[in-house]
Design a protein around this ligand. Sequence first.
Ligand code: F6R
Length: 643
Amino acid sequence: MKVMCGIVGYVSKQPSEQPRTVVIDGLKRLEYRGYDSAGIALASPDLEKPCVVKAVGKLSSLERALDAAEIPLATSAIGHTRWATHGEPTVANAHPHVSSDGKLVLVHNGIIENAAPLKAELRAAGYQFTSETDTEVVVHLLEQALSNDELFPWDGELPGLDGDEELKARRLFAAMLEVTRRLVGGYTFLAMHADVPHTVIAARRSSPLVLGRGEDCNYLGSDPLAFADYSTDAVEIGQDQVVAVTPTAIVVVDEDGIPVTPREFTVDFLRDRANKDGWPTYMEKEINEQPRAVRDTLANRLDRKGALTLDELRIPESVLRSVDKAIIVACGTAAYAGQVARYAIEHWCRIPVEVELAHEFRYRDPIVNEKTLVIAISQSGETMDTIMAIRHAREQGARVLSIVNTPGSTIARESDAVLLTHAGPEIAVASTKAFTAQIAATYLLGLYLAQVRGNKYLDEIQDYLEKLQTIPDKIRTVLDRADSVRQVADAMAEEATSVIFLGRHVAYPVAMEGALKLKEIAYIHAEGFAAGELKHGPIALIEEGQPVFIIVPTPRRPELHQKVVSAIQQVSARGAKTFVVAEDGDHSVNDFADVVFRVPAAPTLYLPLLQVIPLQVFACEVATAKGLDVDQPRNLAKSVTVE
Ligand code: F6R
């Protein structure tokens, strides 16, 4: 199941239309995560109860509902896009959820695992439920805590609030601390109360929450994109922390209510890079951003002596020298990047590398100890399966190094070391530029390990790096030739019901990635196979007209090349329509291929960075030609925050 709701909040001094505008803008920014209903609550000193508006479907339905209602000016607002987990996508189940007296409102991302017993307890205490959600349980728990006269207000100051409001906000803060202690599961909460209209109380565990500072106002979001149009000064909220946000203050405490100083960071780059820039879809834009994504990931990695330095890495070299095995954990596209990386790291560093789907990893009782380097790869840095895998690895004493695209994400924070991919925000659900940036980052890591462990001489590493630096221009060349791929895709869009992808060696994961892209966005059944496996079964699928994509290795590896060319012959002899991805100048494929997509020549290990491009373009174009929602495919959301 893919789940990632969007959460946005805003707190300001004077009633205005701004809270509504900021929250709706933020929810639009987070639309890429996928959702099936949405809602907003607005509070102001003039309102007895927050005004709540919810709608099923896209944000445009919520906007229509807002236009139809009389929406008051507000000082604060919270908003939510919901992906149904507990209960159908209905208005009743949409967030915000409201307390029995209508004064308290709450939005939630995540899953409360002990919701059932808590609900039974609340029912016995007389609380009634109007939705099927686990979130409503939390609203009533907060309501119950607030109704207890013995609840001690949190004993610190909340700057920016008047006396009475400050006291009530400190009570709500204390109630949130008390309630979160009772919860099992993951959550980000934003809560607002009619009596504290200049305050949002928030909390997080294993689910993202970032704050933005403004002038006499503050912002909350499940990712900084939510407020990137308004604030670039972001504040990271850590695991199990609870926050009180007023127009002029952000007060962060740990689970015991002790104030902590949060990490601040700048999100300047997001604003420019999170727009479509004239491209029809984010996916097309992101495919075309790959030269930059890879170049930025590789940039500034050499010290003055020309040695590779990875500044973000905080694992001592002595530890990296003692490593006797690496295990890459990741999911989906990131796992395919890991599979490509295995060939390079084993070849350069001579250590065994396993690649494991993160959700399988801890259940097979893997052999992990302090000499194991676990490498987590994740675009979002919030994939729960990968988070659980790294937690398990660290418990066993392994060092965890993560390759993530989202600074400050949970995986980045919970790792011993981080290597950032600089792909910029990836909005389209189907991952493209993150994949190539991840491969580039794993190559940097592989070369760094080879340098530190003495497997390669400095000049050899420089040679590898120099050739790697030429890849972004070569990706550009492949993109410039993409029209031929589009023509084929347009012609096939209507009739293709099943597509096979074949690759060998590093191109095997590329074949699987090509198939995944087509499944995800074009809803066409597709499989990627190792070309050598063909004769062991899949060749039975080949019949007249079956489309088969074959990724051919460089002819400079004749032992591999010849075998893959023979695979083209075999499927073509059985009537398959063959689409071949081959290097410039490799004419040996011409006689057997129906269509050839050319990529510039490159070292074997770097070819996946070029070969995947036509496959991405193909999937994107087929989905477009079929009139599908390329950026937000059905049943999928950008990040998977449940196991
Ligand atoms: C495929 C895709 C997914 C993700 C996977 C891991 O296009 O996007 O398969 O690669 O869910 O996500 P991250 O990299 O965020 O951990």
